[in-house]
Design a protein around this ligand. Structure first.
Ligand code: HEM
Length: 395
């Protein structure tokens, strides 16, 4: 057993070297809320009930200094108060209302249709290929193109955005450092500043034009605010969906009986999507800063303390999920926290679900058996959970 004091949660390789689920099971049982030493240290919240109530308590727990542990430890997020995810009420509500216009049924209906077509075309192509890397051949193309369609990003720019995006919050390379991430983020923001400036002058019928010309709280967004909020869509829209798709394929390959159940219709695609999201838990944690003294799970938290909410643990809490380490595509209800909870609940949840639904539907139509043919490469991150490559063969 690894004790909480032995595992450094700031280390991007911690869960590549240690079994996460054994660790979190012990934490939930013995120290469900604990103080992680460091400079600065931070609180670790592991139980589903506590994580849920922390997400809901936006009065005591602020997002404005940042919501990712690494960012908070390195001094906070410079986008605080400007970008949706790192803004508190009342500005958060104004920005969220604006951003939700990007996700109107009219816009989403068209995007969903394109997701289905693209996914089914990709799967039909790779199904004939023999062995291939599912991440490079399929998973990288679906979410990034979906979000780029939504934002009308020119085809020629999509590859470089994907490259920057992979570096921005995590790394496929254990040696990569924080400076690479910072540079990648600056590149993306600079790119969107240019695009927002251009579309403000010459608006079209796309989401960047809408964000660049819209008002929130009675004034137009600044160019920087517009760029940051476009960035948050690309960032949120690409990575989590990409690793979920990779996890879906890997998990069904490892669970052939469940794959048969899905193909034969004993398990529905909708419940399978939710179970994949729980199993994948693409964002291991999100974080907050306490704005006042408070109790979490009976522990005294002080104003100014960093509080980390571990979705990966909450999604496997035996108090909420019967046999949590059983992959059950028919599981219902499935109260996973992969999209968070409360006022910051993921604005892209509909799209994330639609992408997985399109993937599982296309796979059940063309693929009888999935075989993993080599060692998948992990993502090195204490935030993003999943794999960067997955060698497979479809039959
Ligand atoms: C927020 C996860 C897909 C954009 C969140 C949060 C989580 C999450 C856990 C809450 C963060 C917090 O409370 O601090 C996921 C997962 C996805 C996914 C697991 C896919 C499987 C998407 C997509 C988009 C997106 C497709 C954009 C198209 C956002 C944005 C926020 C957010 C902008 C901030 C919302 C706010 O603060 O009000 N996401 N997301 N996400 N997500 Fe997603």
């Amino acid at each position: 057993m690894i004790t909480p004091t032995e595992l450094d949660l700031t280390d991007a390789t911690a869960f590549v070297r240690h079994d996460a689920h054994t660790f979190w099971r012990d934490v939930r049982k013995h120290r469900p809320v604990y103080w992680h030493e460091g400079d600065p240290g931070f609180w670790v919240v592991a139980r589903h009930a506590d994580v849920l109530s922390c997400y809901a308590d936006v009065r005591s727990l602020s997002s404005a200094r940042g919501t990712v542990l690494d960012v908070l430890l390195s001094g906070g997020d410079s986008a605080g108060g400007k970008m949706l995810a790192v803004t508190d009420r009342p500005r958060h509500r104004e920005l969220r209302n604006l951003m939700l216009r990007a996700f109107s049924p009219r816009v989403l209906g068209a995007v969903e249709e394109r997701v289905r077509e693209r996914t089914s075309r990709l799967i039909r192509t790779v199904a004939r290929q023999g062995e291939f890397d599912f991440a490079a051949a399929v998973a990288e193309h679906i979410p990034m193109n979906t979000i780029c369609d939504l934002l009308s990003i020119p085809e020629a720019d999509r590859k470089k955005l994907l490259r920057w995006n992979k570096l921005a919050l995590s790394s496929d390379d254990a040696e990569s450092d924080r400076l690479d991430s910072l540079e990648a983020r600056n590149e993306i923001i600079g790119y969107f500043m240019d695009l927002a400036r251009h579309r403000r002058r010459d608006p079209g019928d796309d989401v960047i034009s809408m964000i660049a010309t819209a008002e929130a709280g009675g004034r137009p967004l600044t160019l920087e605010e517009a760029a940051l909020n476009c960035y948050s869509l690309v960032l949120g829209g690409d990575e989590s969906s990409r690793v979920s798709a990779i996890c879906a394929v890997k998990t069904f390959a490892e669970h052939p009986a469940q794959w048969r159940a899905l193909r034969e219709g004993t398990a529905a695609v909708d419940t399978a999507v939710e179970e994949v999201l729980r199993w994948a838990t693409p964002a291991r944690h999100f974080a907050r800063t306490a704005t006042r003294d408070m109790l979490i799970g009976g522990r005294q938290v002080r104003a100014g303390d960093i509080v980390t909410l571990w979705n990966i643990s909450a999604n496997n809490d035996e108090e909420v999920f019967d046999q949590p380490r059983r992959f059950d595509p028919a599981r219902s209800p499935n109260k996973h926290l992969s999209f968070g909870h409360g006022p910051h609940f993921c604005v892209g949840a509909f799209l994330g679900r639609a992408e997985l639904c399109a993937l599982l539907s296309a796979l059940t139509e063309s693929v009888a058996e999935i075989e993993v043919c080599g060692e998948p490469a992990p993502v090195y991150s204490n935030f993003l959970n999943g794999y960067a490559s997955l060698p497979v063969a479809f039959r």
